[in-house]
Design a protein around this ligand. Structure first.
Ligand SMILES: Nc1ncnc2c1ncn2[C@@H]1O[C@H](COP(=O)(O)OP(=O)(O)OP(=O)(O)O)[C@@H](O)[C@H]1O
Ligand SMILES: [Mg+2]
Length: 358
C-alpha cells in the first residue's frame, strides 16, 4: 500500500474489513480493531463470521458481490463483535479491484445518526455537521489519550526547559478533549426529565455560579416577578441554558465588564403550535438582558446553528445546545439585539396544577 492509502485506511472513522474468497479476514482497519476489540494481526485468517455476528444473510450478499462485481448496501442490521452488545449498522459491501474473490465490508454504526434524528429543531445540514463532528470527536479521543499519556511519560526524564514543551502538549490535548466533550454532549443529551420547578430558584443558582466564576467582574441584577407560578422543566438542562446565556453576555462585554439583568414576567400572548396541531401556552418569560455591543450583524441570523461563532476562541456550540434543549422542552427562545441592549427571551410552560414533584 502507498503511504496515503495506508493513512486513509488507518484514519477511516468507521470499521472496515477485507475478506478473501473463503470469507476469511485479510485485513481490518483501526476502527474495526476497536469494534472487534482485537488487533489486525490476531484476526488475520480468521473467518469473518467467527468474529462478527451479523443478523442478516450476508453469505448471499457476498456471493452476489463476487459474481456481479457490484456494490451492495444493507441497511439497519444488528452486528455484534468483540463481546459487545449488538449495534445497529448500515453495511456496505464492495468487490476489491484486482483481488478476485476478495470483498471490502464497511460498517457504519447507526446510533449517531439516529440520536440526532430526535432534534427536530435542528436543520438537517446542521444535523449532519454535528453527526460528523460527533463521530470524529469519538474517534479523536482515543489517539489523543495516547498522545497525552506518552507526553506525560516523556516528561519524567526531561530537563525543565524541555518539560515546558511536554506540558504544552498535555495542556493543548486537554483543551481538545474539552471541546470534543462538548461536541459529544449533543448526542448524549437525554430527553428532559420534567418536573415542577420555581424558575427563580434556577435563576439564582445560575447567578451564583456565574458570580463566583466566569462573570465575577459583571454586575448581575435581578428583576423578578415573585408571584410567578412554577414552570415544568428539566432543572439541570435549564440551568445549562441560563449559564450559557450569561456566559455569552459576559464574553460579549469583554474585560471591562458590564451589566446583565435577569428578568422574569408573565405574558399569556405566546402560544406554541406543536407538530400534532395542539397549542401549548408558554406564559412564563425569562429574559437575560445585557448592555454589551450586541450580536455581530453578519452572524445574527445564524447564532443558533452549531459552529457559528463571532469570537476568536468560540466553538459556536453554546447556543446550538441552548436551542436543542429549548426545543426538546417544546419551549421557545428568541433574541433581539441592538448595540447596548441584547435580550434573549425564553418562554416556558406553566406546571400543571397538581404536578407530582418527582
Ligand atoms: N449576549 C450576546 N451579545 C453579543 N453577541 C452574542 C451574545 N450571545 C451570543 N453572541 C454571539 O453569538 C455567537 C454564538 O454563540 P455561542 O454561544 O453559540 O458560541 P460561542 O460563545 O462563540 O462558543 P461556545 O459557547 O461554544 O464557547 C457568539 O460567538 C457571539 O458572537
Ligand atoms: Mg457561548
Amino acid at each position: 500500500m502507498s503511504v496515503l492509502a495506508e493513512t486513509v485506511w488507518a484514519s477511516m472513522p468507521v470499521p472496515a474489513f477485507v475478506v478473501d474468497a473463503e470469507d476469511r479476514l485479510c485485513d481490518v482497519n483501526a476502527a474495526a480493531e476497536l469494534f472487534l476489540n482485537a488487533s489486525a494481526r490476531s484476526v488475520t485468517g480468521v473467518p469473518l463470521f467467527d468474529r462478527l455476528a451479523i443478523d442478516a444473510p450476508l453469505d448471499d450478499a457476498f456471493a452476489r458481490v463476487r459474481s456481479d462485481h457490484a456494490q451492495l448496501f444493507i441497511n439497519t442490521v444488528d452486528v455484534s463483535g468483540g463481546n459487545r452488545p449488538p449495534q445497529q449498522c448500515n453495511i456496505q459491501i464492495a468487490p476489491m479491484i484486482g483481488m478476485p474473490g476478495h470483498v471490502l465490508v464497511i460498517m457504519e454504526p447507526r446510533q449517531i445518526a439516529d440520536r440526532l434524528g430526535r432534534a427536530g429543531a435542528i436543520k438537517s445540514s446542521a444535523r449532519s455537521a454535528i453527526g460528523m463532528a460527533e463521530m470524529l470527536a469519538h474517534e479523536i479521543k482515543n489517539p489523543l489519550a495516547g498522545i497525552t499519556g506518552a507526553a506525560q511519560l516523556l516528561s519524567m526524564n526531561l530537563q525543565n526547559g524541555d518539560r515546558e514543551l511536554t506540558d504544552l502538549i498535555v495542556a493543548e490535548s486537554r483543551r481538545i478533549v474539552a471541546l470534543l466533550d462538548q461536541v459529544e454532549q449533543f448526542g448524549n443529551l437525554a430527553p428532559p426529565h420534567l418536573r415542577a420547578i420555581n424558575i427563580h430558584d434556577l435563576l439564582d443558582r445560575a447567578r451564583k455560579t456565574a458570580a463566583v466564576g466566569f462573570a465575577a467582574h459583571m454586575k448581575l441584577l435581578e428583576d423578578y416577578d415573585p408571584s410567578l407560578p412554577a414552570t415544568r422543566v428539566d432543572g439541570d438542562q435549564m440551568l445549562q441554558v441560563f449559564l450559557n446565556l450569561i456566559r455569552n453576555a459576559t464574553e460579549a462585554a469583554g474585560p471591562e465588564g458590564g451589566t446583565i439583568r435577569l428578568r422574569t414576567f408573565y405574558d399569556v400572548s405566546l402560544r406554541m403550535r406543536r407538530k400534532d396541531g395542539t397549542g401549548a401556552k408558554l406564559p412564563l418569560q425569562v429574559e437575560i438582558i445585557d448592555d454589551g455591543p450586541g450580536l455581530p450583524p453578519e452572524i445574527a441570523a445564524d447564532i443558533f446553528e452549531p459552529f457559528v461563532s463571532g469570537r476568536d476562541n468560540g466553538t459556536g456550540l453554546g447556543l446550538a445546545l441552548v436551542g436543542k434543549i429549548v426545543s426538546d422542552h417544546d419551549a421557545w427562545i428568541s433574541v433581539e439585539s441592538v448595540p447596548g441592549r441584547t435580550v434573549f427571551r425564553l418562554s416556558l410552560p406553566l406546571a400543571p396544577k397538581e404536578d407530582p414533584e418527582t
